[in-house]
Design a protein around this ligand. Structure first.
Ligand SMILES: *Cc1c(COP(=O)(O)O)cnc(C)c1O
Length: 397
């Protein structure tokens, strides 16, 4: 078949691919410990499931408005007011089939040939490819663990050109777990105020925050920017609802309307039943989130200490999300049975083959010195997996 050129400009999501490979090995009966998961390992809370059951029973099973029901938009508006001190109207909200879909709609509605989108690296895997699919050019700002994986106002200023269309911020960040403070967001915002481009803030890990931190996004930090900010969020990570596919965007009415138009010619509305469940997630009791955060924080502390105890490994102490992002580059150049490990891809392959541990090579996030381990798995798996990684590293010559 003769395929369109755009297909060859992007790659399949590498994180989903690793997870699939680990699951395939497991289904062959091999004992693989998976650190690849990009989703919470908890069940969706019962009150949310009950809302979905009720939606089915009462026949709420038909098309809804493309950009989501008024009921869900109102729940989102209330959430943005309550948690983020941001005011929005219904025509400034659009619901999509996951936050990934919201981000896709944004890039399709905002970016065209010749446009540049600034993306701090390490970055979430889909940002660059979505920009490329829209015909735009990703412009990366490199960060490292020494800078807590955060960009500075000076770094931002330097890459802005007349073609800059947008900046994407993701805090807490996947893959690094790094979180911007209120002051840091204000200083980045001051730079943005001097120019004219959109700021996309991907707040999907907003509630998965440790060490008693408070969450801020750049619109809350600098209200003067709000007319140019697009807030992206969803229920996947906070409520362990990755399979339900509900995400949303809040932003300027003309952009929201353009995104909804794109969506009207692709997916139409997100699942009606999942929308009812999302209303319950946002409006209902929140204690399941709190207990998930307690468990994640325990695992975070353990996994980071264990990684830092491996000779040659350093791991940044993440403050949010559910990922550890250790630097393994000190062991590059070492070998196992004559096979040299040169980069994060070699290292991940070595661990999968020799230690039966699956994790994601950092190159997928634009950072080849690192690998990503999700601690969205039981403490038992984490302990056993870290034992295996420790042994595998010590077996290298
Ligand atoms: C998981 C994730 C998303 C997308 O989540 P959806 O399931 O599509 O709502 C978006 N951004 C980041 C950084 C993520 O890790």
């Amino acid at each position: 078949m003769h395929l369109a050129d755009r297909v060859n400009k992007i790659k399949p999501s590498p994180t989903l691919a690793i997870d699939a490979k680990a699951k395939a090995l497991k289904s062959q009966g091999l004992d693989v410990i998976g650190f690849g998961a990009g989703e919470p390992d908890f069940d969706t809370p019962d009150n949310i499931k009950e809302a979905a059951r009720k939606a089915i029973e009462t026949g709420f099973t038909k098309y809804t408005p493309v950009g989501g029901t008024d009921e869900l938009k109102d729940a989102i508006i209330a959430k943005l007011k309550r948690d983020n001190a941001l005011d929005y109207a219904r025509n400034e909200i659009s619901v999509a089939c996951g936050a990934k879909h919201s981000l896709y709609n944004i890039s399709q509605a905002l970016v065209q040939e010749g446009d540049e989108v600034i993306i701090p690296a390490p970055y979430w895997v889909s940002y660059p490819d979505q920009v490329i699919l829209a015909g735009g050019k990703p412009v990366f700002i490199e960060t490292d663990e020494g800078a807590a994986f955060k960009i500075t106002p000076e770094q931002l200023e330097k890459v802005i050109t007349k073609n800059t269309r947008a900046l994407i911020l993701n805090s807490p960040c996947n893959p690094t777990g790094s979180t911007y403070s209120l002051d840091e967001l204000k200083s980045l915002g001051e730079v943005c105020l001097r120019h004219d481009f959109a700021i996309i803030t991907d707040d999907i890990y907003e509630r998965l925050l440790y060490d008693n931190q408070t969450f801020y996004n750049i619109a809350t930090a600098l209200p003067a920017l709000q007319p140019r900010v697009i807030v992206v969020n969803g229920v996947s990570k906070t409520y362990s609802m990755t399979g339900w596919r509900i995400g949303y965007a809040a932003g300027p009415a003309d952009l929201i309307s353009a995104m909804t138009k794109m969506q009207s010619q692709s997916t139409s509305n997100p699942c009606s039943i999942a929308q009812k469940a999302a209303v319950e997630a946002l409006n209902g009791p929140q204690h399941a989130v709190a207990s998930m955060v307690v468990e994640f924080e325990k695992r975070r502390t353990y996994i980071i200490d264990r990684l830092n105890a491996i000779p040659g490994v350093s791991c940044f102490k993440s403050t949010g999300a559910f990922y550890a992002f250790p630097n393994f580059s000190q062991i590059y150049g070492k070998s196992f049975e004559g096979k040299v490990i040169c980069n994060s891809t070699d290292f991940a392959a070595y661990l999968l083959e020799q230690a039966r541990v699956a994790l994601v090579p950092g190159i997928a996030f634009g950072a080849d010195k690192f690998v990503r381990l999700s601690y969205s798995t039981s403490m038992r798996n984490i302990t056993e997996g870290l034992d295996r990684i420790d042994t595998a590293v010590r077996n290298l010559k």
